[in-house]
Write a protein that binds this ligand. Sequence first.
Ligand code: PLP
Length: 386
Amino acid sequence: MVYLDNNATTPVDPAAVEKMAQFLKEHFGNPSSLYPIGRQVKEMITESRKTVAKAMGASRTEIIFTGSGTEADNFAIRGVLDSAPEKNEFITSAIEHPAVIQTANFLEKKGIKVTYVPVDKYGTVDLQFLKDAITPQTALISIMLANNEIGTIQPVEEISHIAKEKGILVHTDAVQAFGKMAVDVNKLGVDLLSISAHKIHGPKGVGALFIRKGTNLWPLIYGGHQEREMRAGTENTAGIIGLGEAVRVIKERGDKDKKRIEKLAEILKKGIEDTIPKVKFNGHEKNRIKGTLNFAFLGLEAEAILLALATKEIYVSTGSACSEGAEDVSHVLDAIGLKPEVARSCIRLSLGRFNTEDDIDLVLKELPEIVGKLREISALDIDEED
Ligand code: PLP
């Protein structure tokens, strides 16, 4: 199998599997219990919290574990807007993950004014538009650090700078950035930052929200006293241990993975561009998570390519896994200006820690053949100018 859909999810690192299995065998205590088997689990959660915090330059008390990246995004956005009823405006971008876009849509129904900042053809937000959208009523700006479909990295540092001058809080969805590029909450200047374990070779169903000390926001989930009373519910203990271990492995490996993934992605990108006619690369050439490659194969339906590749056990995506099937055309590809028929021909190949040169060789052998054959039988016109 060649797995090139690491932006959808990643295989769990063996070290995290081992750590979680051992934990589940040996520890069942409730971290809120005061006797030793509970305290031990609480201490292990604290270790994970420290590891996650350190990896982004935060302090331990600024990390709240959540049930997913989606929950972290909801918590940040709704938490701030709920806690500041005197401010009723929210700014985000047109290319956010549904976890942010749908939350924004919900807020609009509640009477919040939402501005969706447009992006250029590379997927970078229009900073002037963002600046002009700010009013004294703006409570929060939420702009993702890296896009899940095309990988483009946003100027979050600059956005924080603009926001700080006006006393506006900044959230960034760093789900696709954390573990793939340097992420430091102080350098970025953000008040809130979301991550998700399953995008970084950790388990599914666990994420975390960084909340800068002193930031005012309300909880999303009410109940017990867990997570400093900011996220009630008995903790996903094994998940949190797995997230901590996944982050520890990232730190241990340094930039080894990043360098290797970037090299493999470069070979794959060049190979596709050199061997397949009428392809169009989407995203920023430089300012991008390099392991994310998104191509339009003009004249074809992406699904046909995806399914043909799947018969060879090569797994890719037609866009965001979460939005697949739900939208006719990806809102991200629409926002960068692709015509619907071009957007419908786009395939995302996203690399991860476990990809090898053999994987890339196989794709470069199979993909040109598949595209060639599909084009022979395709009725769609190919227009390179699109
Ligand atoms: N934000 C981005 C940018 C994502 O890519 C994803 C997952 O695809 C999420 C948020 C949601 O994370 P989770 O799957 O943990 O809910």
